[in-house]
Every structure is written in structure tokens, then in C-alpha cells.
Design a protein around this ligand. Structure first.
Ligand code: SF4
Length: 295
């Protein structure tokens, strides 16, 4: 994950996406994974360029669909460290269905959502996280509806790790990404990434408060009710101009989708990917055994 060997990033100067890339690169040595052990899946948008600048296996999927492709890869080869990424429009809008159900099923992966409160790549349209009243070319009179609550949605859907960090807070971002990768289950990071090109009126997420470092906030991240309350407060305050970040919910007890499926025998211990690339590989036999398995 050595910086400098990837192509020059083409994000605009001052874009928060640089902060995600930097934090992700810095997190990898902490989790002890090599590039050939990691697969990064992205959707469409400025965030979708992430895997072009990150030295690992990568798959630039279609709009809102990084999660189902990432799920398939993880199921085929559980040994691969799977990371998915998308923007707030990509992940909470177009791919909202996949977000809810990947969280509900607790698939073992990390999902980083670049949240800049607009669609960036397509020039600033209103997104699911745009504040009520936000004016754009698609909503010239201002967004009529309140924004989505990404942290609360992740929790109520079933995510077992939920955090928010910001590009302006690189040390916390690195630590949260490392924790999320090491977490066994679906880890959701709402990553605040300023878009100075198309969302000039938006805050740049400074100053921010780390809720784990502040005496003003004291709650148990393993308690769903306390986490939910803290998430609501955080989501409300963002639109009042106060940025709260940190870990909100950590459930280390619930089994991941893969663990549950293996426990019931529905998912073989031997990774599907290894069966395909076995030197004794015979297509017909493998196809037949798969069909038998699903009868
Ligand atoms: Fe970043 Fe916005 Fe430029 Fe996209 S349009 S690269 S989100 S600053």
C-alpha cells in the first residue's frame, strides 16, 4: 500500500475523497493485510475512482451496486478482505436496497460511504443526505424533504459496526477503518467528505467533535438503545452545524452471514474460489456438484 505507485488522483483540489484514500492506505498496515489479500469494490461517482488509486484487487461496478458484487466475492472466497465504497447518492439512494439487506444479513465486509451531501460527479444534484431546503439544479426551490439518517438506518437494518468519521480527521479515520476491517460482520462507516466544487455552501466538517474523546458524551457502544439515541443526536446536529464523529455501535457477538451459513452446512468450508482453481478442476463435475448442492 505504498503511496506513490498508483496513478495521480484526479479528484478536485481540496476534495474530501483524498482523506478517505489516505486513511485507507494508512489503515492497511495496521490490519496486516497485503494488497493481494484485499478486494475493493466501488460504485459510480467520484468515490468510484477509489480503487483506481488503491493497490489491491479492485472492481468498479455499476451505480449503487458495489455491495452485491462485494458480497459475491466474499462468499466465493472468505479469505479475501472485502471493502466496498460508494457515495451518499450511490449508497443511500440508488443502492439503498442493497445497503439495508447487506446490513441485515451481516455480511462480513467494510462499507465506506463518502457522504458529501450531494451528487458530486454529475455536478451537484440533490442527494439523499442533502439538507432540507438545499438548493441545486434539480431542486432549485430547495429540497422539500428531510435527509436520510444513515447511521440510524445502518443500525436498524442490522449492521454490527457503525461509525462516522471525516476527511478532516485523518487519525480517527484511519483507526475507524482499521477497526471496521477487523470487525467480523457488516461494518458501516459514514465518511464525511467535503465537496468544495459543487457544495460550496456546505460546512467542511470543521470543527468536529470526537464523541469518544469528549466529556459531553457518555454512552455504551454495545447498547443498541444508547447507540440509537446518540445517532439521532449526531444526525440532527450535523444539519445544525455541529459535527459529531466516532464509534456508535459495536456488536462483536452476532455471527456474520458466512458464519451462520457454514454452521448450518449451507456454505461449504472449502471456498468456492479454491474449487474453481483446483488443479484437479473439472468443469462438469464442479457444475454438477453445485447444482446438486442447490437441489
Ligand atoms: Fe470531490 Fe466534488 Fe470534485 Fe467530486 S466534484 S472530485 S466530490 S470536489
Amino acid at each position: 500500500f505504498t503511496p506513490g505507485i498508483e496513478p495521480q488522483a484526479t479528484w478536485c483540489p481540496g476534495c474530501g475523497d483524498f482523506g478517505v484514500l489516505k486513511a485507507l492506505k494508512q489503515a492497511m498496515p495496521e490490519v496486516g493485510r497485503n494488497p493481494d489479500e484485499v478486494a475493493l469494490f466501488t460504485g459510480i461517482g467520484c468515490s468510484g475512482k477509489l480503487n483506481s488509486y488503491f493497490n489491491s484487487y479492485g472492481f468498479h461496478t455499476i451505480h449503487g451496486r458495489s455491495l452485491p458484487v462485494a458480497r459475491a466475492a466474499k462468499l466465493a472466497n472468505p479469505d479475501v478482505e472485502v471493502i466496498a465504497a460508494g457515495g451518499d447518492g450511490d449508497g443511500y439512494g440508488i443502492g439503498g436496497n442493497h445497503f439495508m439487506h447487506t446490513a441485515r444479513e451481516n455480511h462480513d465486509m467494510t462499507y465506506i460511504v463518502f457522504n458529501n451531501e450531494i451528487f458530486g460527479l454529475t455536478k451537484g444534484q440533490t442527494s439523499p443526505t442533502s439538507p432540507k431546503g438545499h438548493k441545486s439544479k434539480t431542486q432549485p426551490s430547495g429540497s422539500a424533504k428531510s435527509p436520510i439518517r444513515p447511521l440510524s438506518l445502518a443500525l436498524t437494518s442490522g449492521a454490527t459496526y457503525v461509525a462516522r468519521t471525516a476527511a478532516v480527521n485523518p487519525n480517527q479515520a484511519k483507526e475507524i477503518i482499521a477497526e471496521a476491517i477487523e470487525h467480523d460482520g457488516f461494518a458501516h462507516i459514514d465518511f464525511l467528505t467535503q465537496c468544495p466544487t459543487w457544495n460550496k455552501d456546505a460546512k467542511h466538517y470543521v470543527p468536529y467533535t470526537d464523541i469518544q474523546q469528549s466529556d459531553d458524551y457518555d454512552f455504551d457502544t454495545s447498547n443498541r438503545e444508547e447507540a440509537q439515541k446518540m445517532m439521532f443526536e449526531t444526525e440532527n446536529k450535523l444539519y445544525e452545524g455541529e459535527v459529531l464523529t466516532g464509534r456508535y455501535y459495536v456488536d462483536d457477538e452476532s455471527p456474520s452471514y458466512q458464519e451462520e451459513k457454514q454452521a448450518t452446512g449451507e456454505m461449504p468450508e472449502e471456498p468456492l474460489a479454491e474449487r474453481y482453481f483446483d488443479e484437479d478442476y473439472e468443469w462438469e463435475r464442479t457444475a454438477d456438484s453445485l447444482l446438486d448442492h442447490h437441489k
